[in-house]
Design a protein around this ligand. Structure first.
Ligand code: GDP
Ligand code: MG
Length: 369
């Protein structure tokens, strides 16, 4: 289906076709009266006029992206993706390092680990991926873009300090995103640690421990002394089983950017988390408003790989620009459809950004475009 024409669109909104064409031109979209209107432009234009519209089907993008007709028979279980959150100085970085060092060093003696914003470990022959980006910022950036990247949140609370403002913030973020929380009661090696008091405080915020008849798993740990880590990871796997996380490795890949930079030698580098499908060298990729062909993929051990499976991170090289963390990527059939999707997205982004930056009036909006 082609979608509705400019004329039909104008009629339905009670506007003059000429008016719609002028406004679209102002947005950098050139159309004639009988051409179909781009769905993104249609929504954007209506929104800017204060008219709410709903796109009946996102068919045009879906066909290009190949997201239609998902075969549920192809679904296989995938590793959980975990974000560590908590108040400053409660031990997030120490815990991430402790897990990385004790788990990756074990598996591959001498293996190089490089910081790419995420890493995957092996626990009891199963993988767990940790997002390594500063928890709150990453979470906020992703949530602002509507991306759901985390399956489980580990909430680190120092047992000698208790609930602090960022603890509450982390709980709110997780609840809003409907992500289960596992509490890591950290610094239990300290003489002044008082886990019971912290459990009481957190119970007041709805995180009632299992042993008190609630649903929240608590794990006493010492990130510094590296104790309690195995139990914590087992609980993450248990939670993953409950969530029954699945993906289809046979479809075209999609996922999200977790970090990005412009590298002098390599050009734009994006660390992505593959959420579905298998990402391969040679794939055509749309990332936010950017486009590219995957020239190389580098995993969290610094190794070049040919493909990346669901729930695994990798650096992607070959994009035509630096995408923002939280932007989603999709693999497309060919270069042509890729450029098409990238273009309509960047148009949408540009205007959304303008609307955010200043509360511009409609007139300003069009003269600025
Ligand atoms: P972040 O701000 O949440 O990333 O906290 P950090 O990981 O930087 O830790 C803050 C401070 O707490 C550092 O001085 C750590 O060495 C210390 N720390 C972290 N975990 C533990 C722990 O389990 N026991 C003790 N005694 N100190 C810890
Ligand atoms: Mg830190």
């Amino acid at each position: 289906e082609e979608g509705i024409s400019v004329k039909e669109y104008a009629d339905r909104l009670g506007l003059k076709a000429q008016e719609v064409i002028m406004k679209l031109m102002g947005m950098g979209v050139m159309v004639t009266i009988n051409q179909p209107i781009d769905p993104d432009a249609a929504v954007l234009l209506a929104e800017s006029l204060g008219i709410g519209v709903e796109v009946q089907s996102e068919e045009s993008e879906d066909v290009l992206l190949g997201t239609e007709g998902e075969d549920s028979g192809q679904l296989v279980s995938r590793p959980p993706v975990v974000t560590i959150m908590g108040h400053t100085d409660h031990g997030k970085t120490t815990l991430l390092d402790a897990i990385r060092k004790s788990k990756i060093a074990e598996a591959e003696a001498g293996g190089i680990t490089q910081h790419i914003g995420a890493y995957t470990i092996m626990e009891k022959d199963r993988n767990i991926t940790f997002l390594d980006t500063p928890g709150h910022e990453a979470f906020t950036a992703m949530r602002a873009r509507g991306a759901k990247v985390t399956d489980v949140v580990i909430l680190v609370v120092a047992a000698d300090d208790g609930v602090m403002p960022q603890t509450v913030e982390a709980i709110n973020h997780s609840k809003a995103a409907n992500v289960p929380i596992i509490v890591a009661l950290n610094k239990v090696d300290k003489p002044e640690a008082n886990p019971d008091r912290v459990m009481q405080e957190l119970s007041g915020l709805g995180l009632i421990p299992e042993e008190w008849g609630g649903q929240t798993i608590y794990c006493p740990v010492s990130a510094k002394k590296r104790t309690g880590l195995d139990h914590l990871l087992e609980m993450v796997l248990l939670q993953a089983d409950v969530l029954d996380l699945k993906a289809n490795p046979d479809r075209r890949s999609q996922g999200v950017v977790i970090e990005s930079k412009l590298d002098k030698g390599r050009g734009p580098v994006a660390t992505v988390l593959v959420q579905n499908g298998t990402l391969r060298v040679g794939d055509f990729l749309v990332v936010g408003g950017n486009f590219g062909r995957v020239r190389s993929l580098i995993n969290d051990r610094g190794q070049r790989v040919q493909e990346v499976l669901p729930s695994f991170p990798a650096e992607v090289i070959g994009l035509d620009g630096v995408p923002q963390p939280g932007e989603s990527f999709v693999v497309v059939e060919d270069e042509k459809s890729g450029r098409q999707v990238a273009q309509s997205r960047s148009l949408k982004q540009r205007s959304a950004q303008m609307i955010r930056q200043k509360k511009v009036s409609l007139e300003d909006f069009y003269t600025q475009m």
